[in-house]
Design a protein around this ligand. Structure first.
Ligand code: PDD
Length: 286
């Protein structure tokens, strides 16, 4: 079964799925994106992802490429045509195609690309059994990381640095030594007295959809939670640390900058959040 992508109104085999060289996504990273998990045949938290897409587009004055209802149909169609039961659906909107000029072109039609891929559910489950390692890197991104922009070069470089250090994620740290978020995930700790902590998402980080749904899970499980800044030092001393994203869900962190967290095993609170996630998340049949 060839992989099928949606590109500006057409469903095409990946090989033939291309965008124009003057697409502003390619020229200026002038676009935004979303990634939803597909699990057991459902698109997870689609409504929240579409709400965030709406916000990202509005912040950049990019129009919706198609109606929200049409986009929902396209997402389902791409997931279905690729036979994805467990995996990811990725959708990207750019300002569109226009002769290269920094200012917004007039009368441009936004571009829409949707792809889906299968992911073996055992891959992340296995990873959660051992946990991941992170490095910390100084924050060097622009201030508007609350917008889910496709301009991800600092994230690319940070995650490459993590890989070269034998780690799976890099945490951006602000000038005060406080953890912001990962290159493609939000950062959390569980304190020695069992309180879950994550940084406020008003500005300076992306308000992760997984993060938002985990807050629902935390409420349901009756766990204690604080939204506040935490330092790298506090994280190293924590009982547990973990990251969250649509691609990893709650994923235990067992090492930060070479320092083992607690006993070096995935934490029980993290694993209970991971376990309860699917039941609490909103599920749309794909
Ligand atoms: N990344 N912070 C950053 C910088 C991210 O790129 C992501 C997601 C998150 C978590 O957001 P969510 O829970 O909505 O996935 C936080 C996606 C998965 C990616 O780029 O692949």
């Amino acid at each position: 079964m060839p992989r099928i992508a949606y590109v500006n109104g057409r469903y095409l085999p990946h090989r033939e799925a291309t965008v124009h060289i003057e697409d502003r996504g390619y020229q200026f990273a002038d676009g935004v994106y979303e990634v939803c998990e597909v699990a057991r045949g459902y698109i997870v938290d689609m409504r929240r992802h579409l709400d965030r897409l709406n916000r990202s587009l509005a912040e950049l004055s990019i129009d919706w490429p198609v109606s929200r209802a049409a986009l929902e149909i396209i997402l389902r169609e791409v997931v279905g045509r690729n036979g994805v039961k467990n995996g990811l659906v990725y959708f990207q909107v750019t300002r569109g195609v226009a002769g290269r000029d920094f200012v917004f072109p007039s009368n441009v039609k936004p571009s829409l690309v949707v792809t889906a891929k299968k992911v073996d559910p055992n891959f992340q489950a296995k990873r959660a059994e051992t946990g991941i390692k992170v490095i910390t890197v100084p924050e060097n991104r622009w201030e508007r990381v609350d917008i889910k922009s496709v301009g991800l070069l600092p994230n690319v470089l940070a995650k490459q640095k993590a890989k070269e250090a034998g780690c799976q994620e890099a945490w951006f740290v602000d000038a005060e030594g406080m953890v912001k978020e990962g290159g493609s995930s939000n950062a959390w700790i569980v304190t020695r007295d069992g309180v879950l902590v994550t940084r406020p998402a008003e500005h300076g980080i992306l308000r992760g959809i997984t993060r938002t749904t985990l807050l629902d899970v935390i409420g349901k499980l009756g766990l204690r939670f604080e939204e506040r800044h935490f330092s790298v030092e506090e994280a190293k001393e924590a009982r547990e640390a973990f990251v969250s994203s649509a691609t990893t869900l709650a994923m235990p962190v067992v090492e930060i900058d070479g320092r083992t967290i607690a006993n070096g095993q995935p934490g029980s609170v993290t694993l209970s959040l991971r376990e309860a996630f699917f039941d609490v998340a909103e599920k749309s049949p794909a």
